[in-house]
Design a protein around this ligand. Structure first.
Ligand code: GLY
Length: 387
């Protein structure tokens, strides 16, 4: 079927999907209030972990989205307990030696602060912003993703980091301190100028020369090979460009958003849910990454706020077509099948040409579930961003 003829999700389906997701989150509270979901499920079931991975904020974000939908006080109480854990984590520097402070603190602590005025959430998120800016390199003007700061083999940014920057804009707005905004502006500019290739496909990671700060080379970690487009990296690019525009209002980011989005669309299989790398399509014996579909939908639904009516209508239709497929073909509908929300995601798929380990392949993952709920919430109401 041609993409323009694919069905869009209906209001009733959005409602059904959000209701089920909220019920599923509530069912999970006994095991996942004092602990967190692991990044990915095993045989479609998540196990509990301590608050020590880069992914734990997504589960707390699901709790807050479920609270927004239902106003169920049990969810609010659980979200508050989790915020205490995030404050403890940043105060004691537990697993925060990397750039994912936004993924951790936006959907958990900023969400709780915005929704309920939770002051502990605000304090924790400001500390997380302070932690994030310690990873900024003036030489090269970017925030380093991983590893020790003085090693040339770590002197790189990754496309995913675009989602960590709203934390800095929020910290600027809350504290009035321009250093947060200035670092975010610089990183965005460096990232967008380097990770996006001429054809609007994207590098997962990009290295800089440690002495001069000059751009050096792109490389993949989680994609299939260096020159391919890792599906989730492309999706982070779509949402990242929308957020970059929201916070900077730099006109050129709109065109880049269009290009990155078009590349994604042009490489989708028939059911509009990408394989884990955009190199693959229908007929390839490769796993999907349903999380990329939901992340892209959130980016589309953010960007339409800043577009003319005609463009906004067409991107909104596309978003509603993609999320319809996620709902229809990938979402969990029976708690006996999974304690997650969306099946068939891929966290990290080893290939002969990439540098990642192999885990969480064809499973639920925590951000796939979170962004599915965020996409539905965006369709249900005028949502105030956690990002
Ligand atoms: N940010 C890491 C990932 O998307 O797997």
């Amino acid at each position: 079927m041609l993409i323009e003829n694919m069905p869009v999700i209906t209001e009733e389906e959005v409602e059904q999907a959000l209701r089920f997701a909220t019920e599923q989150v509530v069912r999970n509270l006994p095991a996942f209030t004092h602990q967190f979901q692991k990044a990915y499920s095993e045989d479609n079931f998540y196990q509990p972990i301590e608050n020590n991975d880069w992914t734990t904020g997504f589960w707390t974000g699901e709790i807050w989205l479920a609270y927004e939908y239902s106003r169920d006080e049990r969810l609010k109480a659980a979200g508050e307990i989790q915020i205490e854990s995030f404050l403890n984590r940043i105060e004691n520097k537990i697993g925060v030696d990397h750039h994912d402070m936004g993924f951790l603190y936006s959907p958990s602590c900023i969400a709780g602060y915005k929704l309920t005025g939770n002051e502990m959430g605000k304090a924790a998120a400001v500390k997380a912003a302070d932690q994030l800016i310690t990873r900024y390199h003036p030489v090269g003007e970017f925030i380093q993703a991983w590893g020790a700061m003085d090693a040339p083999e770590n002197y790189r940014l990754i496309i995913d980091c675009l989602l960590n920057l709203p934390l800095l804009y929020w910290a600027f707005e809350e504290t009035g301190d321009t250093k947060y905004r200035d670092i975010a502006d610089k990183h965005i500019h460096t990232a967008i100028n380097n990770v996006i290739r001429e054809d609007y496909s994207t590098w997962h990671t990009f290295f800089f020369d440690m002495k001069t700060g000059e751009p050096d080379h792109g490389s993949t970690c989680q994609g299939y090979r260096d020159g391919s487009a890792w599906a989730r990296g492309q999706a982070w690019g779509i949402y990242g460009c929308a957020l970059a525009y929201k916070y900077t209002k730099r006109e050129e980011y709109i065109e880049i958003f269009r290009g990155v989005t078009q590349y994604f669309i042009d490489h989708l299989p028939k059911d509009l849910v990408p394989f884990w790398d955009l190199e693959f399509t229908d007929g390839d014996d490769q796993p999907r990454d349903s999380s990329s579909a939901s992340i892209a939908v959130c980016g589309l639904l953010e960007m339409i706020k800043y577009m003319n009516q005609e463009d906004a209508a067409s991107y909104k239709k596309l978003a509603m077509q993609i999320i319809k497929s996620v709902y229809q073909n990938y979402a969990v509908k029976d708690p006996k099948v999974s304690n997650g929300l969306v099946l068939h995601s891929t966290y990290s798929n080893h290939s002969p040409y990439n540098t990642c380990n192999h885990y969480g392949v064809d499973e639920c993952n925590s951000w796939g579930d979170y962004f599915y709920m965020e996409a539905l919430t965006r369709l249900q109401k005028d949502w105030v961003l956690y990002w």
